[in-house]
Design a protein around this ligand. Sequence first.
Ligand SMILES: [Zn+2]
Length: 132
Amino acid sequence: MMVGNADAFKASVISKEQIIAQNERYQRQKELLARLDSCVEEKDATTPLAILLSESTSKEKRRKAAACLEKIGDLSIVDPLRNHNFRDPALEHAANAAIAAVLKQHFKKECPYCAELIKVQAKRCMHCQADL
Ligand SMILES: [Zn+2]
């Protein structure tokens, strides 16, 4: 016979809403992963970006997503990746490599003072006017 007051197991009670939300997350994740194979030819950076930023996705898929981002070459990935705290240093490294590859494709670099994207050959930042 179990002994305990009415509050004893409240922390482990999962509501129906939580289960529904969890299932929706799982479905979204499944759909994203299904689109990973075609994202490069479709020039879809949103899908691999979401996968790379998802801490709950496998390391292998996130690594693959980073490789896709390098090939797609969309500059809009820079800020979301820079502002994400990667728990895994290897994945952070992969994200940095993707950023470097994309910047190179567009002949861009990040200003060391204001972090805006500027031309590689710039001698002065067009955003903060800093001499480089
Ligand atoms: Zn600047």
